[in-house]
Design a protein around this ligand. Structure first.
Ligand code: ATP
Ligand code: MG
Length: 364
């Protein structure tokens, strides 16, 4: 079976280091592994509009920001198809048909939908499009028959919902010859990367919460954000024993620090375990740890920032890449949609057998 990846991001802001450790870094590795037959990376503008109806300009402006972030981290249009969701009208058609396979109560139980409704204060009035976005996400994943979806942990209930839709579709419409493919989520192994917290210590770094270190932030912005980060409220004096649990600075070190960083920037310790041990015993101050984290993150972000600036010099070319990618994705979507309509028995004009059988019935 072919190995096909689909994943994407909402153009609601620039991408941040949570996206990077949760999904982007992995995508680039998978892309460069050469093990995948096809890789589709989608800018989910239509999905972003479901909770940004009043702000189409924000979504529009951020499409290019996300595309620049993609190219800056190393996604390569020669190896991966980068495309814009709204340009693939077949996706809305697939969504419409999949709606018949999902109940309202199932959507209400989806934990990601629940928490995102809360986050956006939508309890009293949920836009229907937002409420049904897990169904459109199933269309996004299935149009290219993706079997691998690299995502952060918050997306697991979405992939579950897609699997159910695929299973239902195949068992109802195509029991002998399955049309759709069940995807598998690929979540980062390291605990810290599954759901990177915000610089304010909140559970998730998220564009909507304004607690992000962006890939495009300047070196100064990154330093300021790190030096004012949330640590351990009980660690008042350097000599106090520090706590690691919920200590965002250490969570970021878990996600980013490697042994070689210690040799380069903090040779007092051979590795993160040693640093943690000193911190919990007492005698290691937050400022020293933050300065180390700043070195580590700057080292990771500097080449990304530089590549981003270089790609930014030719914006028309970026739109061109997205246009070509969207055209390629659309061809694949049209093929899947044809198979779906055939399985659902709504391909009247392509089905010669139907036409012949009915004429035989009326003539005989
Ligand atoms: P929004 O606030 O608009 O929902 P977001 O910051 O949550 O934006 P998305 O575009 O929804 O970003 O997420 C894109 C991908 O990045 C998903 O696979 C998601 O799981 C992953 N991701 C987002 N935030 C984090 C995070 N803090 N840690 C790990 N992965 C993340
Ligand atoms: Mg999100």
């Amino acid at each position: 079976m072919s190995k096909i990846i689909l994943t994407g991001d909402r153009p609601t802001g620039r991408l941040h280091i949570g996206h990077y450790v949760g999904s982007l870094r992995r995508r680039v590795e998978l892309q460069n592994s050469g093990e995948y037959d096809k890789i589709y990376i989608m800018i989910a503008d239509a999905q972003a509009l479901t909770d940004n109806i009043e702000n189409p300009e924000k979504v529009r402006q951020n499409v290019i920001e996300v595309a620049l972030d993609y190219l800056a981290v190393g996604l390569d249009p020669a190896k991966s198809t980068l495309f814009i969701q709204s340009q693939i009208s077949e996706l809305t058609e697939l969504t419409f048909y999949y709606m018949d396979l999902v109940t309202v109560s199932r959507l209400q139980r989806n934990p990601t939908v629940k928490s995102e409704i809360q986050l956006r204060n939508f309890e009293a009035s949920i836009p229907v499009g937002f409420f049904t976005y897990p169904i459109s996400q199933a269309a996004d994943i299935t149009f290219c028959k993706a079997n691998v979806v690299p995502v952060g942990e918050d997306q697991l209930p979405m992939i579950e919902q897609t699997k159910e839709i695929v299973h239902k579709f195949n068992s109802v419409y195509a029991p002998d010859n399955p049309v759709l493919v069940e995807p598998k989520a690929l979540v980062p192994e390291a605990e810290a990367c599954k759901r990177l917290p915000g610089t304010d210590g909140k559970a998730k770094m998220s564009k909507s919460l304004g607690n992000c270190i962006y890939l495009a932030d300047s070196a100064d912005e990154v330093r300021t954000k790190i030096m004012s980060m949330y640590t351990d409220p009980l660690h008042l004096q350097v000599s106090d024993p520090g706590h690691l649990e919920g200590n965002t600075v250490f969570t970021y070190l878990d996600a980013f620090a490697r042994e070689e960083h210690f040799a380069r920037y903090c040779p007092d310790y051979a590795n993160l375990d040693e640093m943690k041990e000193h911190y919990t015993k007492g005698g290691l101050g937050d400022v020293k740890v933050k300065k180390f984290l700043n070195h580590v993150i700057q080292e990771e972000l500097e080449p990304i920032r530089n590549r981003r600036a270089a790609f930014g010099k030719d914006i028309p070319e970026i739109y061109n890449i997205l246009k070509k990618g969207s055209e390629a994705a659309r061809e694949v979507a049209a093929q899947t949609l044809a198979e779906v309509k055939h399985a659902m028995k709504i391909d009247y004009f392509e089905d010669m057998e139907l036409i012949q059988a009915q004429s035989a019935r009326y003539q005989g």
